[in-house]
Design a protein around this ligand. Sequence first.
Ligand code: CMC
Length: 437
Amino acid sequence: MTQDNSSTGNEHVTLVDHATGNSYDLPVIGGTMGPKVIDVRKLYGQTGYFTYDPGYTSTGSCDSAITFIDGDKGVLLHRGYSIEELAENSDFLEVAYLLLHGDLPNKADKEKFNTTITYHTMVHEQMMNFFRGFRRDAHPMAIMVGVVGALSAFYHDSTDINDPHQRMVASHRLIAKMPTLAAMAYKYSVGQPFVYPQNKLSYAENFLHMTFSVPAEDYQISPAVARAMDRIFILHADHEQNASTSTVRIAGSSGANPFACIAAGISSLWGPAHGGANEAVLNMLNQIGDKKNIPEFIARAKDKNDPFRLMGFGHRVYKNFDPRAGVLKKSCHEVLAELGVDDPLLELAMELEQIALQDDYFVERKLFPNVDFYSGIILKAIGFPTSMFTVLFALARTVGWVAQWNEMITDPNQKIGRPRQLYKGETPRSFMSVNER
Ligand code: CMC
């Protein structure tokens, strides 16, 4: 079968099946930006063929108006606004409003949204007992998968996905309670008492307060640290149809409740190829240990017989510098200077970056530092243990997940997600009793 693109101008492509001599016109659809797509929805019905695309490298799974990425140019836009501009001028809750509602809020809307989120920051007191069922050495991501899924057992009045009001209440609850749950996961692991939210604080300040304050003494929140935290949240808020977002959409496509869907997203995010990479970067830098060992690790990353990869490098979509990494690199230096932290790991990271960026292997494959390369160093400087890094990613990405989930539910083209396969197993055979096998 060959594909004739010559007719793209009149908005279709023609597929020619050389086996049968049949040809089929497939519609081409364009969005507001980015590559056009070939509409293959009727392909199987018309031709008897499925498409084959493991990892969905060439497949658009939905319409979306939330986030746009141009991976070749290193561009990331939320609702049309560049990530650099948002990170510089906005705050996380404003970006959350933007992702959820499509436009930046005016002053009154912003105040109302902040109040609404603040109103939902506490979690049901019974959840304390739920937490206490976990081992103290549980990974906080394991706790998050459990407690976020369990929200559906506590908030029955916001699980009807067909009610727009309940959908919005669930979205607000998720955005508001994630910092509380994340801080509780941390407190539980270090054996300190849970700290209740304080609604006079900003979103990032409140999270820092719940994470680092103890009842025995006053806790001063550094404005520089709060700003850096908020910026990290903005940079992780959404990223189009990545693995965890697609997981949320697939889970939600069956009609599952929003808390269960977000728990599914957290599970997907946990892996080291996705959100778990920030933790893996720090582990890798510690493993490298010294600048003199960098060449050995670069060689291992290039060796196809060695599973080691340079964590924090490479991206499915960006074949240029990840714009989020650019912002974080700058922020990293600022935060470390502000906190007076002199971290040899930052120096090691910069040296590693330089060497990799000049190495043919990485240049040819367009492997640049991604968002996770620098976030770990900032989070370490703020005082988070590495096991919390992916939790912070999940906290911020919850905004993107709920925005994408809401968009999916209201999409008239939405169907249950159900990919097909290329079957390579046994052909039909007869059952033999156990004595004959
Ligand atoms: N170190 C060494 N080689 C690499 C790396 C790396 N980090 N990333 C990709 N490659 C090589 C890969 O071996 C392949 O080489 P070849 O063509 O010779 O077989 C080529 O580059 C293309 O890689 P791929 O695996 O086909 O690319 P992908 O789009 O499937 O994977 C990725 C993208 C992010 C999973 C991968 O680059 C990776 O594993 N990076 C390290 C983990 C990481 O930092 N993940 C965070 C991603 S950004 C945040 C997020 O999405 O959560």
